[in-house]
Write a protein that binds this ligand. Structure first.
Ligand code: GLC
Length: 753
């Protein structure tokens, strides 16, 4: 195999940086270069041997459908994410795949996002930590990852053309943050650039994104691959830093590269650089003879799914289900489960557990009488009344009714966004009428993005949010309903009361080719907690069947920009369970508006009843910092930082405040700084006050410099004025360059001090 691209001809290099077929790169046998096969991901291997597509339409080889990211995100467990990654490495190699196209880590900016099922969270730290665990495990298993979709591809509407218009601080602190964390922590083999534009420039041609940020700032050394069909101009994309255009074959694109180099329009070094990075993928070659254990992976899918579901409500502890109960199960998802999303991630599952089968089995073992009524048929609403009546009648004869509801695949998928938050009307009607008839009612949800619980929430006793749990989800839900496993999931996306309350509501999904991220850094819970808006269930919420207590919180500064926290967690209930320690950070330090709190660190612990453990978590500087748009860098400001131990984003259990020295950066004064900021400067301030007096004297005022009480400040109308304006108004009384020299010079004590 060539040690560098320089040994290849221009034509060979041009073919190397352009896909050879829909799923593979160009082999160059006489140079010892093998083809590298890549395919989707992210929660199962979608290996197509015949017809190919990037929408999940054609046949794919059977593979395990593990819990999609929406479920893994709700597990809040890096271990769960890692175990998915490790298992996918085994299946990828068995199916001849060298690079698996995942994980997807875009931010759930709106609950209507069609691909929210394929992303982890509304929070970049949770997304980044889980994705890093997945990437490390996948690559440790010998398969490369593809971190996607870089960047700000947070909706499906017009995804191929729309411009995500995002200010720099919001990009850095939210929409690039998870990518930065995974790139620097886990070094994914590839990063997949998205279809959309960022501030008007296509990601595939965005030099700032693909080279200045990804390479020069973050030090990324892998290959940047395009989303399928995202490249519009191959030469421009090469110059921006896009190494591999997929899919192939793209003969015209390869020829365009050769022509551009030969005409002098493109430096061959740019082609060499891209070819080098694509050659770096040679290491990801599956071993031909490997296979995977279908049954063992199915059991694993079940086990992991049980750790993802979120118990939202459990009034009267109706769950876990009691032995000997008469149970009515209704809703088509009980027998025909929704367990994954539509589009390129769609897996040809080796088998699928239906919840009803599990409920029957566990119920029978506990002396329960279990009955099923369909309740509704999303393919044939004409039968809705009859099906509902039958379910209601059966509910009246049961001790507890379990209603399976959620979003049909026709309502949420890659390629389009949802248009409503509510469940289908026939489902809401079924829930309400069953709840009116049954002594106790449990609702089990299957949905990729959060749904509204309004209009029926108070009428039911328990709600188990399953999201989409993969092929083992049906069995897992049965285990959770009967208490074989205690629920331990936590919301990774807020459940709002109304769509209108969501921070992106006024701008999602955009208009006339632009979507403005007007909420800025206030995405999800950051918005609700900062404005004090009520939600149905907050980010981080989740119940279980046992009780945990936390104590002995110790917060220490481990550096000018780092904090360590120790907490004791005890299982004070009667059942084994898992608890998520959630630490948030509140600070007003720095010259910017900070969210009321942001997730700062988390970990999940498993404890038997009566046992405890002490955990230590580190808050890294990225969590403490804000992005300074004047300095164009992250800054940890000097000031007080309050670490909050929370049960969820709105429930603070304990907190401690600590002062941090930070980076010791004092934002420099510029002529755009306000007069008030300048007057506070010990040397420049008095000169400015004198100039103000001279100005007011010239205007006929009798006030003298001595009359101005600096401690009282000056009228806002002046103080908030940019200095450049006062310099102009002073008619020479103030010299901008002189002031800047004063500000840059030693801050001598004020003469009147
Ligand atoms: C799709 C998706 C991307 C996927 C690729 C290949 O359009 O956006 O996530 O990996 O094409 O199927």
């Amino acid at each position: 195999m060539p040690t560098d691209a320089a040994q290849l001809t221009l034509a060979q290099k041009a073919s190397l940086v352009t896909g050879s077929s829909f799923w593979s790169t160009q082999p160059i046998p006489d140079a010892g270069v093998a083809s590298v096969t890549m395919t989707d991901g992210p929660h199962g291997v979608r290996r197509q041997q015949q017809g190919t597509d990037h929408l999940g339409l054609h046949h794919a080889e059977p593979a395990t459908c593990f819990p999609p990211a929406v479920a893994v995100g709700s597990s809040w467990s890096a271990e769960v994410a890692a175990r998915v990654g490790a298992a996918l490495a085994v299946e990828s190699r068995a199916l001849g795949v060298g690079v698996l196209l995942g994980p997807g880590i875009n931010i759930k900016r709106s609950p209507l996002g069609g691909r929210n099922f394929e992303y982890y969270s509304e929070d970049p730290l949770l997304s980044g930590e889980l994705a890093s665990a997945y990437v490390r495990a996948l690559q440790a298993g010998g398969v490369g990852a593809s971190l996607k979709h870089f960047a700000a591809n947070d909706q499906e509407t017009d995804r191929m053309t729309i411009s995500s218009d995002v200010d720099e601080r919001t990009l850095r602190e939210v929409h690039l943050s998870a990518f930065e964390r995974v790139v620097t922590d886990a070094a994914p083999a590839t990063v997949m650039c998205s279809y959309n534009r960022i501030n008007g420039v296509y990601a595939s041609e965005n030099h700032w994104l693909l080279t200045e940020v990804l390479r020069e700032e973050w030090g990324y050394e892998g290959a940047v691959v395009s989303d399928w069909g995202a490249v519009r101009d191959r030469v421009r994309s090469l110059e921006a830093g896009l190494d591999l255009a997929m899919p192939g074959p793209q003969g015209l694109q390869a020829q365009a590269i050769v022509d551009a180099v030969e005409s002098g329009r493109l430096d061959v070094a740019v082609v060499d650089r891209a070819a080098e990075r694509v050659l770096g993928l040679q290491r990801w070659q599956p071993d031909a003879a490997s296979a995977f254990d279908v049954d063992a992976h199915h059991e694993l899918a079940r086990e992991l799914a049980a750790e993802c579901a979120v118990l939202l409500r459990n009034d009267g502890e109706v769950l876990p289900l009691a032995g000997g109960s008469r149970i009515l199960v209704t809703g088509e998802f009980a027998i025909d489960p929704r367990y994954q999303g539509g589009g390129s991630s769609h897996v040809n599952a080796t088998r699928v557990d239906a919840p009803f089968e599990g409920i029957e089995a566990f119920g029978a073992a506990r002396g329960c009488e279990v009955r099923f009524e369909r309740g509704f048929d999303s393919a044939d609403t004409a039968t809705a009344d009859a099906l509902r009546d039958a379910a209601v009648a059966a509910a009246a004869e049961a001790d507890v009714a379990i209603v399976f509801a959620g979003n049909p695949e026709s309502e949420e998928s890659e390629g389009f966004d949802r248009t409503r938050l509510e469940l289908a009307a026939e489902q809401v009607l079924l829930i309400r009428e069953v709840a009116a008839a049954a002594p106790r009612t449990v609702v089990v949800l299957a949905n990729g993005g959060v749904v509204s619980l309004e209009g029926w929430h108070d009428e039911v006793d328990a709600i188990l949010e399953g999201f989409l749990l993969g092929q083992g989800g049906g069995h897992a839900l049965a285990e959770l309903l009967f208490g074989v496993v205690s629920p331990s999931g936590r919301l990774a996306e807020t459940i709002p009361l109304r769509l209108e309350d969501t921070p992106s509501h006024l701008t999602f999904p955009g208009e006339q080719g632009h979507v403005r991220y007007a909420e800025g850094v206030m995405v999800g819970y950051r918005h609700y907690t900062t404005v004090g808006a009520p939600v149905r269930y907050p980010f981080g919420h989740g119940l279980g069947y046992t009780r945990f207590a936390t104590s002995d919180v110790v917060v220490t500064a481990t550096g000018p920009d780092a904090i360590a926290v120790e907490v004791t967690v005890a299982n004070v209930g009667e059942l084994a369970g898992k608890h998520v320690v959630q630490l948030y950070l509140h600070t007003d330090a720095g010259p910017v508006r900070r969210p009321a709190r942001v997730l700062a660190a988390f970990t999940k612990v498993a404890l038997d009843p009566g046992t405890s453990t002490r955990v230590r978590l580190e808050l890294d500087r990225r969590v403490l910092a804000y992005w300074d748009v004047e300095l164009h860098r992250f800054v940890v400001a000097t000031g007080d930082y309050t670490v909050q131990l929370c049960a969820d984003a709105v429930t603070v259990l304990d907190q401690a405040t600590i002062a941090l020295e930070g980076d010791g950066i004092v934002a420099g004064l510029t002529l755009q700084s306000t007069v008030g900021e300048w007057i506070a400067h010990p040397v420049a301030g008095p000169e400015i006050v004198n100039a103000l007096m001279a100005l007011s004297a010239a205007a006929g005022s009798q006030a003298q410099a001595a009359d101005i009480d600096l401690s009282a400040g000056i009228p806002d109308i002046v103080g908030l004025m940019p200095m450049v304006q006062l310099v102009h108004l002073s008619g020479g009384g103030l010299d901008g360059d002189h002031l800047l020299a004063l500000a840059a010079g030693p801050a001598l004590p004020h003469p009147s001090a």
